[in-house]
Design a protein around this ligand. Structure first.
Ligand code: C5P
Length: 219
């Protein structure tokens, strides 16, 4: 049976960690859709494109080769796993995310990815609402602003990036507001998504909770 599990939610809610651990435990493929928007943005910044130009961004996205082998992101064969997570790319990614042409292209790509694999855990903002409305199970992961900023800040620190907690908190709040207000594919929980607030929870607990729901559906 084909099974797609979607995990949507705001920045820093723990989606990436939870989705990766869940995919590992289940032996399913992982689809990190945020990485795709980031990769398009990195390429656009390198090409010095006008980030407000939907057509130019769409044309760029159409000719890029983005691959997601286990835990890595390849852009035209180059490993950009680190390069797509800089503060500059993080902040500029809203332009790709707002671009209807980029979204069309990436949504096609995401559906194609899922066609190629039987069981997939996918994470993003619109996976349960727009991309896979018929997913097997849907989850919407949230946490308080402060907790999400702390997690994102810890990730930056672990990578040796000097940035203050206040700056990260401001970015998290701005990105949420922007992602939720977007005209196309705004970030929101699907009506049939299970909402999980991970504030104060250990992310391993969240993984086990989701795993139980997938493997022992209560109907
Ligand atoms: O999840 P991550 O922080 O890597 O996502 C980066 C940005 O990409 C988000 O802030 C959002 O604007 C955009 N995004 C999106 N739709 C998705 C995944 C990410 O618009 N499915």
């Amino acid at each position: 049976m084909k099974r797609v599990v979607t995990i949507d939610g705001p920045a820093g809610a723990g989606k990436s960690t939870v989705a990766r651990k869940l995919a590992d435990r289940l032996g399913w493929r992982l689809l990190d859709t945020g990485a795709m928007y980031r990769a398009v943005t990195l390429a656009a910044l390198r090409d010095r494109l006008d980030l407000q130009n939907d057509q130019a961004l769409g044309e760029l996205a159409a000719k890029l080769d983005v691959q997601l082998p286990e835990g890595r992101v390849l852009l035209n064969g180059e490993d950009v796993s680190e390069a797509i997570r800089t503060v500059e790319v993080t902040q500029a990614t809203r332009f790709s995310a707002d671009s209807p042409s980029v979204r069309r292209r990436l949504v096609d790509w995401q559906r194609h990815f899922v066609e190629s694999f039987r069981e997939v855990v996918t994470e993003g903002r619109d996976q349960g609402t727009i991309v896979f409305p018929d997913a097997y199970r849907k989850f919407y992961l949230t946490a308080s602003h402060d907790e999400r900023a702390r997690r994102r800040h810890a990730e930056f620190v672990a990578r040796g990036v000097a940035i203050s907690l206040e700056t990260v908190l401001k970015d998290v709040i701005e990105r949420d507001a922007h992602d939720s207000a977007r005209e196309i594919a705004p970030m929101k929980a699907a009506d049939d998504a299970r909402r999980i607030d991970s504030t104060g929870l250990d992310l391993d607990e969240v993984v086990r909770l989701i795993e139980r729901e997938i493997l022992e559906p209560t109907g």
